[in-house]
Design a protein around this ligand. Structure first.
Ligand code: DLL
Length: 443
């Protein structure tokens, strides 16, 4: 077994907790002194840096949410003078002002080591040709992954986003062995490679996929289609970017790097969830310099897997993400996670990997859940009665899992939108109505 930083990856629990406490104290001290937002929030909560005596005192600290980043746009949460910030990344800002995150030189070093740790963990070697097929801009998946590849010594191929034909050409010409992109783009690449009869010409061994939720079945499809082992990669810009949690070769949960991140799983009321109970991942950064965050609500739902991992790493593992707390649909009062829908769809042999969930509320009516799904070519017999049978089968299976009826619309393969970035699987038309009503009320 190879490790990038065995001194941290294999650290005994007591040593790790000592380290976490030291780092937590230092982080709290720095934000109290240097970030007016945290200074006033801590004063309001009646807690000072001297009160942090054990890891349990974490619960006394104020929490941070995405809205707080927006309110402090662009640099208001920096804990170091602006001159020490050597890079920024930003979110796209589709839901308001973009949120900006900053990095010192040390932050870039720390992040590169975290990424290198992840890649070595899944078996990437120095000689590997590593194609990074994501956006190299404000998105952290471009430069974040890139620096990690260079740090551990494989060859970085910054192919960037889109242009699928060219991506596949590069893969063949350069002999790409490791691919990083979003899982939805990987599925599209796989589909295109198969259609062009290119799969045999590829040398891929490993796929690292993340930045959006995906399922175990999608993993199996990708592994079969591309002859690779596929690993789940989780991260968020507010905590550097990619690399926060990553699967090891056991492919059974994501190791979260607890020497850098102090993690909690909390329920809706902000109370810790019982082991195995899903809740929201809340993270405190322990080593970030430019923009440390206390108890950041990620909005991502998961739970701790508390068994020891046979890879030897001692950090706790998280179950594959179930979706976002705010993605959770409430349809006729029932909580529905898009990941539950995906799990059902991908388990049916007739159904392909693309789907879109549309939630609508007819005037004065009940919520309606419509799911457009692409059928696999081989499942098309041309007989209408066969289509109706598949449709019923999917509807029944979904009803038994979700406890709410949905309408299935079977669509032709290739007709749902493909994207090279994060895919949009949910269209909630009810929001539009809400806005219309607000607009009407205001006029
Ligand atoms: O998506 C960082 C990243 C880049 C992660 C490349 C992995 C690979 P943001 O754009 O800030 O950062 O989006 C973060 O994406 O809060 C999750 O909701 C979602 N997300 C990221 N990875 C996963 C994953 C990057 N493996 C947001 N499974 C997070 C499920 C994920 N959701």
């Amino acid at each position: 077994m190879t490790y990038w930083q065995p001194e941290f990856e294999l650290m005994k629990r007591e040593e790790l907790e000592d380290l976490q406490l030291r780092r937590l104290k230092s982080t709290v001290d720095r934000v109290y002194k240097n970030v007016p937002f945290y200074h006033s929030r801590m004063k309001e909560a009646g807690v000072s840096p001297a009160d942090i005596k054990s890891l349990d005192d974490l619960a006394r600290l104020p929490t941070t949410r995405k809205a707080n980043l927006r309110e402090n746009y662009p640099f208001g949460l920096f804990a170091v003078p602006r001159e020490q910030v050597v890079r920024v990344h930003a979110s796209s800002g589709t839901t308001g002002k973009p949120t900006v995150v900053g990095y010192t030189k040390n932050d870039i070093e720390t992040w590169s080591d975290i990424m290198a740790r992840d890649f070595v963990m899944v078996g990437v070697h120095k000689g590997d040709v590593f194609q990074n097929a994501v956006n190299y801009g404000f998105f952290t998946g471009g430069l974040g992954i890139h620096y990690g590849i260079e740090r551990m010594g494989a060859m970085a191929v910054p192919s960037g986003v889109g242009n699928t034909e060219r991506q596949l050409e590069i893969m063949q010409d350069f002999g790409t062995t490791v691919l990083h992109c979003t899982p939805s783009y990987a599925l599209y690449l796989a589909e295109t490679a198969k259609a062009k009869g290119l799969v045999e010409k590829l040398k891929l061994r490993i796929g690292c996929f993340g930045a959006e939720p995906w399922s175990d079945e999608a993993r199996r499809d990708l592994e079969d289609a591309l002859n690779i082992k596929a690993y789940d990669s989780y991260g968020l810009s507010e905590m550097f970017g990619p690399g926060v949690a990553f699967e090891c070769q056991e492919q059974d949960g994501l190791h979260i790097w607890e020497d850098h991140f102090l993690v909690e799983i909390l329920d809706r009321d902000g109370q810790p969830c019982a082991p195995g109970e899903p809740g929201e991942l809340v993270v405190t950064s322990l080593t970030k310099e430019a923009m440390p965050l206390l108890r950041y609500h990620t909005g991502d739902m998961s739970y701790f897997l508390d068994e020891k991992c046979s890879c030897g790493r001692t950090s706790r593992k998280l179950h594959r993400f179930l979706g976002r707390a705010d993605d959770m649909l409430i349809v006729r009062g029932i909580n529905v996670f898009p990941s539950q829908i995906e799990d059902v769809l991908v388990s049916l042999p007739e159904i392909g990997n693309y789907f879109q969930v549309i939630v609508d509320r007819p005037k004065h009516g009940l919520d309606e859940l419509t799911i457009q799904v692409e059928m696999k070519d081989e499942a098309f017999t041309g007989e209408l009665s066969d289509l109706a049978r598949v449709q019923r089968r999917v509807e029944d299976k979904l009803k038994s899992i979700l406890n709410v009826r949905s309408k299935i619309e079977l669509v032709e393969k290739g007709s749902l939108p493909r994207t090279a970035g994060k895919s949009k699987k949910i269209v909630d038309k009810r929001d539009v109505y809400a806005k219309d009503e607000k607009a009407k009320a205001g006029s």
